[in-house]
Design a protein. Structure first.
Lengths: 149, 351
């Protein structure tokens, strides 16, 4: 058989995500806030403040709609120093992942702390956000946190 | 409801890199081993359930290919969980308790070597607040370790002792991946990956598969003289909102202790799905296992097949109760960052 005479059917194959996605009424407010250098949380009936803004209270299942501003500073609740960032990490110099309880919040937010040494870090240290100059309404609108001087 | 027993279990030798050996080729030998040990075939199985993670294979519905390892003609009743196969066991047990089946085959499989496990696990997290920061599994575990150390719930020495003991215990486990001993000096000299966790505190990248057969009280004795009964099984999950959790304790483990009435049971053996060294002393204290031989197989620190290591903890507990003729075993399976989702299984050998 002469292969060159076979009329092969061809179709393009492109891996893509062809949907529009909304981040919903609560998280979209949080992300809009970040792009304006504000951090929003949500407050439950029991006055517990979740930040970043949570859609519901995991303990009581209460839907959370009341938006409150928190931070922008916060306190380190836990941290882990990454001395040799791996290829997928956003920061290429040594940094810490940290759980940060923003001022006025009752829960912590995962983010990064940079521009310091590991020995500078401890639970209870105060931190401030470093904002991105090119916000995209994403959690990365905060580049990272730095220690309050 | 019918009682359910574990009647057979087999584990593939854990490999650092299975290379061209694909998932089907890892599953097939363990399914055949457990069937041959019991003298049965797929025809004796009423329900089949597997656990695996499509993210590891990098393709949607990749788990379906795993079915090539078993006989599916005539058609079988089958299901899958995108979780550790310990949860495939849970689904299978429910099937039997509901009277839909009398026997079940469970298998789990995972190859972590082809991809970058750290980045893959990041993608399984909350896609809005967490994944875009690319936290790796070690750094997330380290956040919990830091809190446990700070609050003096565990100590650095306990973490080191856990690593040394795991490597020593690996001698009991023919399928262990890491069997070389670690001295205190070697441990102390190891570099920190994500502080406070050193390389030795983390599990090795592992490839493998395991299979288990369970049966109702009507069928169990047809298969074996040594059924090990699932006296209790309980699981619950904590919030995906990592920052709202209290990482110094585990409400899900405490739920299990209450729901299974574990307080007054003297366990002979325990196998915990503890992927990082700090999780061992933490869970041993929570579960009151400080004087109970724990992770005699070496546990995940000497071989940690993703989507399988939880089922392996149950399988190793089963094997200990059979071989030691002891009475009570406790097994634990986990999923998610910082022990988010926990299953506790109470296994018992009836005299």
């Amino acid at each position: 058989m002469n292969d060159s005479k076979i009329n092969l059917l061809e179709a393009p194959f492109e891996l893509s995500y062809k949907y529009k996605r909304s981040s919903g009424p609560v998280m979209s407010k949080f992300f809009e806030g970040l792009s304006q250098k504000k951090i929003f949380g949500t407050k439950s009936k029991a006055q517990k403040v979740f930040a970043p803004a949570a859609e519901y209270d995991p303990d009581t299942r209460e839907a959370l709609t009341e938006i409150v501003e928190v931070g922008p500073g916060g306190t380190i609740e836990s941290w882990s120093w990454v001395n040799s960032p791996r290829s997928h990490h956003l920061l290429k110099t040594p940094f810490a992942f940290a759980l940060i309880k923003l001022d006025g919040a009752d829960t912590a937010m995962l983010h990064m702390v940079s521009d310091c040494d590991e020995s500078d870090l401890s639970i209870g240290k105060k931190v401030l956000p470093v904002w991105s100059e090119n916000p995209t309404e994403a959690i990365t609108d905060i580049n990272y946190f730095i220690l309050e001087s | 409801m019918k009682k359910v027993a574990v009647v057979g279990y087999a584990q593939h030798k854990i490999l650092p890199n299975a290379g061209a050996l694909n998932e089907v080729e890892l599953i097939m030998p363990v399914v055949h081993k457990v069937f041959n040990d019991l003298g049965i075939s797929q025809d004796d199985i009423g329900f089949t359930c597997s656990g695996s993670c499509d993210y590891l294979q990098g393709a949607a519905f990749a788990f379906v290919e795993g079915l090539s390892a078993i006989q599916t003609s005539p058609p079988i009743k089958e299901s899958h969980v995108e979780m550790d196969a310990a949860w495939a066991l849970y689904e299978s047990m429910l099937k039997i308790k509901m009277g839909d089946a009398d026997t079940a085959l469970i298998y789990g499989f995972g190859k972590s070597s082809p991809g970058n496990l750290d980045s893959i696990i990041s993608l399984q997290m909350d896609p809005y607040y967490i994944s875009p920061l690319w936290p790796d599994r070690v750094s997330l575990a380290a956040l919990q370790a830091q809190i446990l150390l700070q609050q003096k719930i565990i100590t650095h020495d306990e973490m080191m002792a856990t690593v040394i003991e795991a490597r020593n215990n690996a001698a009991n486990n023919p399928n262990a991946l890491l069997t070389d001993h670690v001295s205190e000096d070697l441990y102390q000299a190891d570099s920190l990956i994500s502080s406070p966790l050193r390389g030795f505190d983390c599990p090795p990248i592992s490839d493998g598969a395991s299979a288990m057969v369970i049966a109702s009280e009507d069928k169990a004795f047809e298969f074996t003289d040594n059924p090990i009964w699932i006296e209790g099984i309980d699981h619950s999950i904590e919030s995906s909102n990592l920052g709202s959790r209290d990482l110094a304790t585990s409400p899900t483990i405490q739920n299990a202790i209450t729901n299974l009435n574990l307080k007054n049971i003297n366990f002979d053996v325990a196998e915990l799905h503890t992927q990082f060294s700090h999780e061992v002393p933490f869970l041993r204290k929570l579960l009151n296992l400080t004087n109970v031989p724990t992770n005699l197989s070496g546990g995940p620190l000497v071989g940690n097949v993703m989507m399988c290591a939880g089922l392996d903890a149950i399988g190793k507990t089963f094997q200990s109760l059979v071989s030691d003729q002891s009475d009570h075993g406790i097994a634990h399976a986990s999923s998610g960052p910082c022990l988010q989702h926990n299953m506790v299984v109470h296994l018992e050998r009836h005299k």
